[in-house]
Design a protein around this ligand. Structure first.
Ligand code: FRU
Length: 492
């Protein structure tokens, strides 16, 4: 668009597909990510959104209803899906899995106490005919106490927690729950005695659903699938603050019969000696806005080296996996490429991932939200959506001002700066997320429940918020509708 602010040109990306096994990693470059600032209006005044409306989630009102009726904090949430990302109801019940924590905890203390809970509600009811809070019934925790701690050789953990993942419905009502099983080893002051230990893990159960509700059996054993290897994916020895989590499995339409997984990782460099390259910066020849590699490496940007990993299942039970090289790196761009997922549409592979404003590297800025990349296959020279910026759906944000923190928003920030996070793109472009903080510095409330569902339309390498959806673009609260109903589950 002609109203872009001055800045570097984005990197040229071909979208060309490579074999999943190939050693090609697409780069979300600094030249790409600097398009975020070029999209931002430098004249936007205090507390107003500086980003284009087409890429901004409509403002969520502060008087939101609570989906758990006061039972638990709720954040990252995922539906019951098949290999193509379709969302299923079972015997007329929609089912979702959420990270939950006790409401006696402060919302920011939740991460080391997270457990996977589930909710259900009757399928096939239009959002505007449901109770305002989405009409879910909280079913409780998925795992009995002690089950998810068993995989850790070192049982001296201080905290043992369950982080995000994804759930696959298989034949006969079997559910394969992929998640991140985490042990922390901290002293009483909260410092690491040794690095935390996040593992990508699987537990198998069965769903029992009828008009009275939903119960699970199984989920009494956990299989550890993957630990960061230090070659492709950074380990705790390389960086005690490493990220390795959030498995999402799928079948690649170009390789039917094979199951793959994407997950959040970091590039496998030691924290203190990490270096970014000319390719990570990605400037075009002669770009007057280019930075030098030395200047970027001296800036502290090397602490932010997120990547998106790929693994391939070695057996039909999906209990054995092998790492493949990462499909995307964000070296010197952002440290967190969380909850990655694929959406296949119009013959293209769309890769989505969430990132925080505060995890961007020095010299890069962009809103909290979901970022998208498009290519011809699951390993491609991915083109970041929307002019190379990657932004698909961000919170209303003013990039002219600091963000503050969810517990202390900056005085000049838009009330929506932290309104939603952990966006998950569903069939039909629907996007669900959870509420973090809504309001301004002097008047804000914490969330802990799901936001209104919104809709984005994908069109090649562009996307736009659909403001005709719901009420000015905001659909039902906590609305995660199944698009397929089955009796026996999975492929029938
Ligand atoms: C995203 C996230 C995930 C992680 C979970 C931990 O909100 O950071 O990456 O699995 O939350 O609470």
């Amino acid at each position: 668009p002609e109203d872009l602010q001055p800045g570097p040109e984005p990197t040229l990306h071909t979208q060309e597909a490579y074999a999943p096994e190939d050693d090609f990693t697409a780069k979300w470059t600094r030249a790409d990510a600097r398009q975020l600032k070029r999209l931002s209006d430098p004249a936007a005044p205090s507390r107003e959104n500086s980003m284009p409306a087409a890429l901004t989630m409509p403002t969520v009102p502060q008087d939101f209803p609570d989906m758990s009726n006061g039972e638990v904090w709720v954040w990252d949430t995922w539906p019951l899906t098949d290999e193509a990302g379709n969302q299923y109801s079972v015997n007329g019940q929609e089912i979702i899995f959420s990270l939950v924590a006790d409401r006696s905890l402060g919302f920011d203390d939740r991460h080391v106490f997270a457990k996977i809970g589930y909710f259900f509600r009757p399928a096939g009811v239009p959002a505007d005919e449901r109770p305002e809070n989405g009409g879910w019934t909280y079913g409780g925790l998925v795992f009995d106490e002690g089950v998810t701690g068993q995989i850790f050789e070192d049982q001296s953990y201080s905290h043992q927690t369950q982080w995000s993942g994804s759930a696959r419905i298989m034949k006969g009502g079997e559910i394969k729950l992929f998640f991140t099983d985490v042990a922390f080893y901290r002293d009483a002051a909260g410092n690491n005695i040794k690095p935390y230990d996040p593992r990508i893990a699987l537990s198998v159960g069965h769903v029992h659903a009828n008009k009275n509700g939903v119960k699970f059996t199984g989920f009494d054993k956990v299989t550890s699938l993957l630990e960061a290897d230090g070659t492709y994916y950074q380990t705790g020895e390389q960086n005690e603050f490493f990220n390795f989590r959030d498995p999402f499995t799928f079948e690649d339409p170009n390789h039917p019969g094979e199951t793959y997984m994407v997950f959040e990782g970091n590039s496998a460099m030691p924290r203190e000696s990490a270096q970014c390259t000319e390719e990570d910066l990605g400037y075009r020849e002669g770009d007057p806005y280019a930075e030098s590699v030395d200047a970027v490496n001296a800036s502290g940007a090397t602490y932010q080296i997120g990547n998106i990993g790929l693994a391939k299942a070695k057996n039909d039970d999906l209990t054995e996996w092998e790492f493949l090289p990462p499909i995307l790196s964000a070296n010197c761009v952002t440290d967190q490429t969380e909850r990655p997922q694929f959406v296949f549409q119009d013959g293209k592979a769309y890769l989505f991932t969430i990132s925080h404003r505060g995890t961007f590297a020095n010299g890069i800025d962009g809103p909290e939200g979901v970022y998208g990349f498009v290519g011809d296959g699951i390993r491609s020279d991915f083109q970041p959506l929307n002019g190379g910026s990657g932004l698909a759906l961000g919170n209303p944000t003013n990039l002219n001002f600091a963000g503050g923190q969810p517990f202390a928003p900056d005085y000049n920030q838009h009330p929506g700066h932290f309104q939603a996070y952990s966006h998950y793109v569903m069939p039909g472009g629907l996007v669900q997320s959870f509420i973090d903080t809504i309001g301004t510095h002097d008047d804000f409330v914490r969330g802990g429940t799901l936001a209104p569902t919104v809709k984005i339309d994908l069109d090649g390498a562009d996307s736009a918020v659909d403001y005709t959806y719901g009420n000015g673009g905001l659909g039902g609260w906590a609305d995660i509708p199944a698009n397929l109903d089955v009796n026996s589950g999975g492929k029938v």
